[in-house]
Design a protein around this ligand. Structure first.
Ligand code: ZN
Length: 121
């Protein structure tokens, strides 16, 4: 919250300073849609500035995602997540109970095969 108002003041101060014959940077409104409450937060940035993809929702304080052509931009979250292990991916597709059952089936199969081999040998 404090961060946002500071940024807002900074933009205003720069605009006042540059009033004397200096060309104003173009500014545009950017809309952020809240991931939590779904409401929009509109921010004005210089078009020359790097536009942040996330902003704080001014209604509930959650993170809001920049809208481009009325659609939320894709946020690259790959850096935030620790790489999943094969085991975790497996757990996303099957419940633990299912896995236990598969394991048991497999063990039974192996034991049965080992038993047959013994008999054969
Ligand atoms: Zn919100």
């Amino acid at each position: 919250m404090a961060d946002r108002s500071l940024r807002g003041m900074r933009i205003g101060a720069q605009s006042l300073q540059s009033e004397d014959g200096v060309v104003f940077a173009d500014r545009a409104d950017y809309t952020y849609q809240c991931e939590a409450c779904g409401r929009d937060t509109v921010m004005t940035f210089s078009t020359e500035a790097e536009i942040p993809e996330m902003w704080e929702c001014r209604h509930c304080g959650s993170s809001a995602v920049l809208l481009v052509d009325s659609k939320p931009v894709e946020i690259d979250r790959s850096g935030e997540k620790v790489a999943r292990t094969h085991w975790e991916m497996l757990l996303e597709r099957r419940t633990r109970a299912e896995l236990e059952e598969l394991l048991q089936e497999r063990l039974n199969y192996l034991r049965a095969r080992r038993g047959q081999q013994k008999i054969g040998a």
